[in-house]
Design a protein around this ligand. Structure first.
Ligand SMILES: Cc1cc2nc3c(=O)[nH]c(=O)nc-3n(C[C@H](O)[C@H](O)[C@H](O)COP(=O)(O)OP(=O)(O)OC[C@H]3O[C@@H](n4cnc5c(N)ncnc54)[C@H](O)[C@@H]3O)c2cc1C
Length: 500
């Protein structure tokens, strides 16, 4: 049995942020995540480091948190943040009254804006709809959620935190009415671990109420699914938002070599069972097309969906629910932290850790706003031309991942999960969506003794099923042709449909 001070359940941005904050304050802890880091909403979001513009009119408190955190994260997390800048574009028919309220609210909160004529906006983003009425420039950025989680964990691990990914908390142990520990099941072997702690933090996002129930507690939540689409190349180097009250499909975010567009807002009950409805793809692509003509006919390489963990509210409209966060003291040693944004994860962690510190009767202050994320020096930040010279033995052509990258990820995580390699190297995230490189990476994992031939065949089949689920709603044109090629290789040449 393992003993620690604080047990964090959930390895999304909130849980990973809490782990780093506790580490910097010298509090021993352990983090338990049922998948890999960023397996929930964190890995399924737009990757927009909000300037706050999106919320400024309807939710000024959340907007103020966003702009403050935006400035902190670009300072401490340079290699996770791309300072793209953002535009809010007003199309013919969009309300002028909303535009005036937008500018006034930005000024009140302290979000820098610059009103641009259509020609100035088109100079910045030539692919924009030329009939825009105007654009307002804001300090939006693009952020890599996987990288962010991994870098937060570096400090926690260095300071001796125990981190268990692929472990699901199935039980919260109570003694004399207090929560004193958890039991967690390892995904692959089914082995159970018992971990005891003085305080337990429920950072399980959309699963927050399910986790609280394990301790006979409740968390009032509303779950809202959002679906997104990915294009096979960048159609804009700036974040593009529609200047209107938040609604479907009004954000486009550049990320590495691709662009993400979303999202929708559909109430759901089960955060673990979400699928993209092809109608959502049509809605998002049509709306994106209005901001960037040609978006709708660009090759889409994948769709995905995530579930927002929103605090329950009086309104029935998910978009009107505040994006603020709340810490709930269940008064039995369990605390839940719910709501917020990826953008505000550090602030959420700070407030949660302030609570821990006061429960423990300590005074250590938060250092995360001034301390750069550790491990960034290892990340590539230099031009592609230099990277190409060093490349040997490429496993994933789309994302230029080498055999050495895969082997390094394998030895650092000691993983049996192809997803762990993908998150750490970006293998399989390009146009072929892992159609070719997953097969090679599994071969490397097999050679390294991480899996048997049977395991790798089972994993490959599971991967191909999952991949198809994400690609299916966006299958037409070139992507359909590529999918048919992948299918004929796997079914025709490799005879994957045969049981043996
Ligand atoms: C479609 C969409 C787009 C979004 N876009 C943006 C954006 O662009 N910018 C932004 O700032 N915010 C965005 N958000 C909001 C943001 O993604 C979330 O607020 C944030 O990621 C929540 O992080 P979290 O760590 O609280 O939850 P999650 O990331 O969901 O993490 C919870 C974790 O808990 C784990 N877990 C659950 N149950 C258990 C258990 N029993 N045992 C162990 N582990 C468990 C899950 O596997 C999961 O990894 C978006 C959200 C959605 C859904």
């Amino acid at each position: 049995m393992l003993k620690t001070d604080v047990i964090i359940i959930g390895g999304g941005s909130t849980g990973c942020g809490i782990a780093r904050d506790l580490a910097l304050r010298g509090i021993s802890h352990c983090l338990i995540e049922k998948g890999d880091f960023a397996a929930g909403a964190t890995g399924a979001c737009h990757g927009l480091l909000h300037s706050g513009g999106r919320y400024v009119v309807n939710d000024p408190e959340a907007a103020a948190e966003c702009i403050a955190e935006n400035m902190i994260l670009r300072k401490i997390g340079r290699k996770c943040v791309e300072e793209t800048g953002g535009l809010f574009v007003r199309l013919p028919g969009d309300s002028k009254n909303f535009r005036d309220r937008f500018l006034k609210s930005c000024e009140t909160i302290g979000i820098d804006t610059e009103v641009l004529s259509p020609s100035k906006a088109l100079d910045l983003v030539p692919t924009l709809n030329p009939s825009i009425e105007e654009a307002i420039r804001v300090p939006d950025c693009s952020i890599d959620p996987f990288r962010l989680c991994l870098l937060n964990i570096v400090t926690a691990e260095k300071k001796g935190a125990r981190i268990f990914t692929h472990h699901e908390v199935t039980e919260i142990i109570k003694e004399h009415g207090r929560c004193v520990g958890v039991k967690a099941r390892e995904e692959h072997t089914g082995d159970m671990k018992e971990i005891r702690g003085k305080l337990i933090i429920n950072a399980t996002g959309a699963w927050g109420d399910r986790t609280a129930i394990l301790a006979d507690c409740t968390v009032p939540m509303t779950l809202s699914k959002g679906s997104l689409i990915i294009t096979n190349h960048r159609l804009t180097n700036m974040v593009i938002n529609r200047l209107r009250p938040p609604s479907d499909g009004d954000i486009i975010v550049p990320n590495e070599a691709v662009c993400l567009a979303g999202t929708t807002s559909v109430p759901v009950l089960d955060p673990g069972a979400v699928e993209v409805d092809p109608r959502e793809v049509d809605i998002v692509a049509t709306e994106a097309e209005m901001m960037i003509p040609g978006f709708g006919t660009t090759r889409l390489i994948r769709t995905y969906a995530g579930v927002r963990p929103l605090l329950k509210s009086e309104t029935n409209d998910d978009r009107k629910i505040s994006r603020g966060f709340r810490i709930i003291d269940h008064e039995n040693g369990l605390y839940s932290i719910i709501g917020g944004k990826l953008t505000t994860y550090r602030l959420m962690a700070e407030k949660m850790c302030d609570t821990v510190i006061s429960v423990f009767g300590l005074k250590t202050r938060c250092k995360t706003a001034d301390t750069p994320l550790e491990g960034q020096e290892r990340l590539s930040g230099y031009p592609l031309s230099k990277r190409l010279k060093k490349l040997k033995d490429i496993v994933c052509e789309c994302e230029l991942v080498t055999r050495a990258d895969v082997e390094a990820a394998l030895s650092s995580v000691g993983s049996r999960h192809i997803g762990d390699i993908q998150h750490r190297t970006r293998l399989g995230m390009g146009p072929c969506q892992g159609g070719f490189c997953t097969y090679r990476a599994l071969g490397i994992m097999q050679e390294a003794g991480r899996m048997t031939p049977d395991d790798s065949m089972r994993t490959l089949k599971e991967f191909l099923q999952r991949r198809f689920k994400g690609i299916k709603p966006a299958l037409w044109g070139d992507q359909l042709r590529e999918e048919q090629l992948v299918e004929s290789i796997y079914l025709g040449i490799l005879a994957m449909e045969r049981e043996e």
